[in-house]
Design a protein around this ligand. Sequence first.
Ligand code: ATP
Length: 308
Amino acid sequence: MIEARGLTKEFGGRRVVDELSFTVEPGHVTGFLGPNGAGKTTTMRMVLGLHRPTGGTVTVRGQRYDGLRAPLHEVGALLDAKGVHRRRTAYHHLLAVAQSNRIGRRRVGQVLELVGMADAARRRAGAFSLGMAQRLGIATALLGDPPVLMLDEPVNGLDPEGMLWIRTLMRELADEGRTVLVSSHLLSEMALTADRLVVIGRGKLIADSSTEEFLSRRGTDAVLVRVAEEAAAEPFARRLAGAGGGVTARQDGALLVTGLESARVGALAAGGGTVLAELTPQAASLEEAFMEMTQEYVEFQASGSGAR
Ligand SMILES: Nc1ncnc2c1ncn2[C@@H]1O[C@H](COP(=O)(O)OP(=O)(O)OP(=O)(O)O)[C@@H](O)[C@H]1O
């Protein structure tokens, strides 16, 4: 379990993680979601004791990272896949980490198998593709067989096969009862991978819920409607608004209606004798809904706290 309470980080007086409180439970893949620059990496670095919080606390299984007796056996992390010694082979990279953490040679072979890299064990890390480097990073994170895993944007730059592999592995690790926290800036990716989400924007918590619950709160679907005669647009827009719809007139003359089902829009048109040229339901994409949520939050912050 990972627990953050009021976790805050400032760099040179600029607050990039702002009183974050959340809990990451074992047995789930938890997505740590936020736009670029939201503060995900900084938060993960605080979990690992690589940044000291300006305020608040974060613990792994009830302990602060610097209080863990055998950190690699408690929490494994992939932060920067390319951050390995380029001239070392995959095997020697893993062996060096294992030896400095009193982990036996046998485990090196096991994790290489686990990430499907047994054949590449003697190749130098510097020559690896991003996908191979991510696999090596995950092998390193798994060396101590830790109950808690943290992966920062592990699917970034991977091909579909690599993405599927990482998703499946994360699911298996969670099914074994481990705590798995994985960051991403893509809701579509997390919707496929995570069963829980911790969502942040500008360092602040936006949501901490099941993925299902988060998705059910997604942006309002809209209906695009176009009247046959231009002159009818304005009275029809008023009629829609009178029925509780939110109406935006687009530059091309179409009306974007929120808050009313398409059948209701059609019925209102028929009832008022308005001939329609188009009536199209517009499902907001996941990414749009996510952008909308984080955007709203940012705007709220900007107007709520004055100059920021
Ligand atoms: N060591 C540092 N010194 C100063 N500012 C920093 C430092 N590390 C991160 N930042 C800033 O903190 C903010 C949050 O960065 P962070 O990397 O945590 O975000 P992120 O959500 O992981 O985004 P990304 O996906 O783009 O990495 C950014 O504006 C970044 O420039």
